[in-house]
Design a protein around this ligand. Structure first.
Ligand SMILES: Cc1cc2nc3c(=O)[nH]c(=O)nc-3n(C[C@H](O)[C@H](O)[C@H](O)COP(=O)(O)OP(=O)(O)OC[C@H]3O[C@@H](n4cnc5c(N)ncnc54)[C@H](O)[C@@H]3O)c2cc1C
Length: 460
């Protein structure tokens, strides 16, 4: 049987990493990139793997989930991490790179591999795919419109978004349990919301999984005024503000009128604060992000406020005065699919056999996460085309956490960076946060080593 050859569309972080992992395993790759024929509105150079904004790959320490992800990629032989280390510039606790050196070196290393062919082409529809010629789409957050429309036709328009509207996530153990209450609308309530002994399947309780942060009238009015006054991230010229009414940024609602939020995501109907016996004037509802309830999402609080302003304004929420924000809210132009609904365990489209997705288009967020997604897609596809069982990394690793995120069914799937909530929690909840993260990182690296060893067997 001839060795399969894979077409990778998109020479960004995910596409380059996937191409490299396939090539390392002896699989021929055709890497198709639209540059220099066309650039996305965010691109300014014709290199592969362009970093379109910051030159930082974020925190380097293992007590950061993204620091752990980078260390795992480094150990597992990632192209992006190897080149990032090569192109590194001083950046205190972060890994930052000289973006020119970084992109030029990725391009050089890929060009050096004899069985990687680079082709400049604007791909307008999903290329024909077969068992011998699978396709990976890694065209990123600004995927060309014609290709995105073809993808929408393939997976169903409901399963492809052109914008994300992300609400922040806070760490459960940074919520002041004295000030909040768990209760479903019209329900019973009175349970300690952050009790670590709650059954792990408690999320199945649906509405019961909400934690309510109650506002009095004065607090609510001050909060709305702070949202309206806060500095916002400017929309880019290509991000015309076409929001869906169902997921408006919180500041857009606040600007419509002082009471709009109180009749929208902050409505208190059906809720009684067990401490006062009364309905609060308004509430912010928090929904558990993971089954172990280590993190909570601020329901309906997608926002363009800048990160420092989010920190300041969200600390005005009763119970969140000292909250640790694990993921900040944002609103971006971002093409991504409802990955948990439409991808199989190896990131293949259920609706179109032999077509795989990688990178930000799967709903991961960030340079490192996109590279990790390309890495995983490349390795799992190499296993599949070689007729071997697909062996994903263990759940307790950050690489496993990337897969957990893209497989975790949510009421409204939204892109996410890697956070500790993507990994199973540490058994000892009483450890101090830093020690707990350190222990999670050590556990992850212990779990990863045998998996790396097994994946090395494929290398040529
Ligand atoms: C404006 C903006 C700013 C960002 N800032 C940051 C940041 O500071 N930090 C961070 O971590 N993340 C940032 N991101 C997210 C960042 O884009 C992703 O994290 C990462 O680059 C995605 O990697 P990817 O490989 O999935 O896509 P990309 O890196 O975007 O690569 C996709 C590639 O596919 C090509 N392509 C697209 N359509 C076609 C087509 N039809 N035919 C052929 N080729 C095509 C593109 O030219 C591109 O080279 C930002 C995103 C945007 C849009």
């Amino acid at each position: 049987m001839p060795m399969p050859s894979v077409t990778v569309v998109g020479g960004g972080l995910a596409g380059c990493e996937a191409a490299y992992q396939l090539a390392r395993r002896g699989i021929a790759v055709l890497l198709v990139e639209q540059k220099p024929l066309r650039r996305t509105p965010a691109q300014t150079t014709d290199h592969l793997a362009e970093l379109v904004c910051s030159n930082s790959l974020r925190g380097a320490a293992l007590v950061n989930a993204v620091g752990l992800l980078k260390e795992e990629l480094r150990r597992a032989g990632s192209l992006v991490l190897s080149v990032a280390d090569h192109a590194k510039v001083p950046a205190r606790g972060a890994l930052a790179v000289d973006r020119e050196v970084f992109a030029a070196e990725i391009t050089r290393r890929l060009k050096e591999i004899p069985h990687v062919e680079l082709r400049a082409e604007i791909v307008r529809e999903i290329p024909a795919a077969s068992r011998e010629r699978p396709v990976i789409l890694a065209t990123g957050p600004l995927t060309g419109t014609e290709l995105a429309d073809d993808l929408a036709r393939t997976v169903g328009a409901d399963h492809l978004a052109y914008y994300d509207a992300i609400a922040p996530i806070v760490a459960a153990d940074s919520i002041d349990t004295e000030r909040v209450f768990r209760q479903s609308r019209w329900g019973k309530g009175g349970v300690d919301p952050l009790d670590p002994d709650l059954p792990r399947d408690a999320l199945a309780l649906g509405d019961e999984a909400y934690v309510n942060c109650p506002f009095d009238e004065a607090g609510y009015r001050a909060f709305v005024a702070a949202i309206v006054a806060a500095a916002k991230v400017e929309a880019r010229p290509f991000e015309d503000a076409r929001y869906f009414e169902g997921c408006l940024p919180v500041e857009v609602m606040a600007e419509r009128g002082e009471l709009t939020l109180a009749f929208g995501p902050m409505k208190p109907v059906g809720l009684t604060d067990p401490r006062t016996g009364r309905r609060p004037f308004a509430v912010v509802q928090l929904r558990a992000e993971d089954a172990a309830r280590t993190a909570y999402n601020l329901v309906g609080f997608q926002t363009r406020m800048t990160w420092p302003e989010q920190k300041r304004v969200f600390c005005m929420i009763p119970g969140l005065e000292a909250c640790e924000i694990l993921r900040y809210g944002s609103v971006h132009r971002n093409t991504f699919v409802d990955a948990p609904a439409i991808l199989d365990e190896a990131l293949m489209l259920r609706a179109r056999e032999h077509v795989y997705l990688a990178g930000q288009i799967t709903g991961v967020e960030g340079y490192v996460e996109s590279a990790a997604s390309g890495f995983l897609c490349g390795i799992m596809l190499a296993q599949r085309v070689s007729g071997r069982a697909v062996t994903p990394p263990p759940e307790g690793t950050a690489l496993g956490g990337i897969l957990t995120h893209v497989r975790r069914k949510q009421p409204r799937y939204q892109p996410s960076n890697i956070t500790w909530a993507c990994l199973p929690p540490h058994a000892n909840r009483r450890l101090k946060k830093r020690d707990r993260y350190q222990a999670l990182a050590e556990r992850a690296l212990r779990l990863l080593d045998p998996w790396i060893e097994a994946t090395r067997a494929d290398l040529v």
